[in-house]
Unconditional design. Structure first.
Length: 467
């Protein structure tokens, strides 16, 4: 179907919505009940501030999913796990009984795994809001033309097993099989998956767990997430309607110099091959290069998150422990994370950054090894019609909203890039709610019950008007 036709149809849905009174009710106490129960799973102490660890395919992630499954099933939803352990909780599908059914499904997805010492709300807020939004529409007894489905993706975070979006990528058959050998907590990802009773061989073969007709039937896919930045909080705004998502290119850069006496060796690259000095020059030059591109109007962010301190790398390079105050450094490494919401910008800037790194190394007589450690493409535009629909839903409910770009990646970006049989992509949308001080991936991560409730109400209003 031509994107414009899809757009027209959504506009029609949006118009129906205009005439519809807000009829979906979500009790704020349900939101707090679910958060309270989830706060007992994978918690590292009694208080929220003690943080959480629900690793990908861990007992804790499974327990959190089982809690949500039990809540959904007791309200009439049907749960099923796919072959790798993603959970789909759906309104019953009975075409015989419902003549008006289109055979399509509207999904709300997110995740319940956390980074090590993470918080309760990254992922959790989206699942709680999604569950309550779907149950509110079900309870309204509206006749459904399209099924509603909550999707809990496994292993979204790269904080365990290094790779991001593991469950959603596996569902569509695009998870790089090499990540099965990644290790966290002493076990490989393959063992973690098999340990929870699921099948890693599909990932090995690049086979999707979802049949093509299931992918074709997805009429729209929503995700709600805490903002992980301060824009909404500072603007005192209830709802963010996300227009694009930045994608990353990530590298580990290792510089090989030569150990030498710090007193006896003259300065200058003719005599010294100083890995630490090369790293310092390179990082400063990269910052200048990125600032130049930003000044030229490009969307870019760049971060050196690790220098010489990564446990996994240090195990491979024990010479890092042979550094000394009286030694020209023989080895240095740093990580580089480059992100943009535009694929062409991301690719051309990455090329410039990598040649700068090579040039600096040559200039300072240091050998360089550049390792790509992960990347995904930006999502340049989420579905414009679903953005309109969310904005209108917020307006119907009397909430403030604004459009913004997401700096962090989310499962919805994986879903957005999958093709249906007719060549179109799945229409996707992302809702942000404010989180305290923009903090996430941290035990201090916090969103109020009220913020999550408002997000859930917007989701209910949006899905309720197109199902
Ligand atoms: Zn998340």
């Amino acid at each position: 179907m031509h994107p414009l036709m899809r757009c027209d149809r959504t506009r029609k849905w949006a118009l129906e919505n205009l005439a519809m009174e807000t009829q979906f009710i979500i009790s704020p106490s349900n939101i707090s009940k679910h958060l309270k129960e989830l706060s007992k799973i994978g918690n590292l102490g009694e208080r929220l501030e003690d943080g959480f660890l629900r690793a990908s395919w861990s007992d804790e992630e499974t327990a959190a999913m089982e809690y949500i499954r039990a809540q959904g099933e007791s309200a009439g939803l049907q749960g099923r796990y796919d072959a790798v352990g993603n959970l789909f909780l759906s309104t019953p599908f009975d075409k015989e009984e419902n003549e008006t059914s289109t055979g399509e499904v509207i999904q709300i997805g997110s995740h319940l795994d956390t980074v090590p010492r993470g918080g309760l709300f990254d992922g959790g807020a989206g699942i709680v809001a999604g569950l309550e939004a779907i149950l509110a529409v079900v309870k309204s007894e509206k006749a459904l033309k399209r099924r509603l489905e909550l999707v809990i993706w496994r292993g979204e975070e790269s904080g365990t097993f290094t790779t991001v979006f593991k469950g959603s990528k596996a569902a569509f058959g695009i998870l790089d099989a090499s990540c099965l050998e990644n290790v966290y907590g002493g076990v490989t990802l393959r063992h973690a998956i098999e340990g929870q009773g699921y099948d890693a061989s599909l990932i090995e073969q690049g086979t999707a767990t979802l049949a093509q007709d299931s992918i074709d039937s997805i009429a729209a896919h929503f995700e709600l997430h805490i903002e992980q930045a301060t824009k909404l909080e500072k603007d005192n705004c209830d709802i963010g309607v996300v227009s694009s998502i930045r994608g990353p290119r990530r590298f580990r850069i290792t510089l090989y110099g030569e150990a030498a006496h710090s007193g006896a060796t003259p300065m200058g690259s003719k005599y010294r091959s100083d890995a630490n000095l090369c790293m310092a020059h390179t990082i400063v030059a990269l910052d200048g290069l990125c600032s130049q591109h930003i000044a030229g109007g490009k969307d870019l962010v760049q971060t050196v998150g690790i220098i010489n301190t990564d446990k996994a790398v240090n195990a491979r390079h024990p010479e890092i422990y042979e550094s000394a105050i009286t030694k020209v450094s023989p080895l240095a490494y740093f990580s580089l994370d480059i992100r943009s919401n535009n694929k062409a910008t991301l690719e051309s800037y990455t090329q410039s950054a990598l040649s700068l790194i090579q040039d600096k190394a040559d200039e300072l007589s240091v050998k360089v090894e550049i390792e790509r450690v992960g990347s995904s493409d930006p999502l340049e535009q989420l579905d414009p019609c679903l953005q309109d629909l969310l904005e209108q839903s917020a307006r119907d409910l009397g909430y403030s909203s604004q459009r913004l770009s997401s700096g962090a990646g989310h499962d919805v970006a994986v879903v957005a890039q999958q093709r249906k049989s007719d060549g179109t992509t799945i229409p996707t949308a992302l809702v942000f709610i404010p989180c305290r001080k923009g903090i996430s991936h941290n035990p201090m991560e916090f969103a109020t019950d009220d913020a999550i409730h408002k997000g859930a109400m917007v989701l209910a209003q949006a899905i309720g008007s197109i199902c």
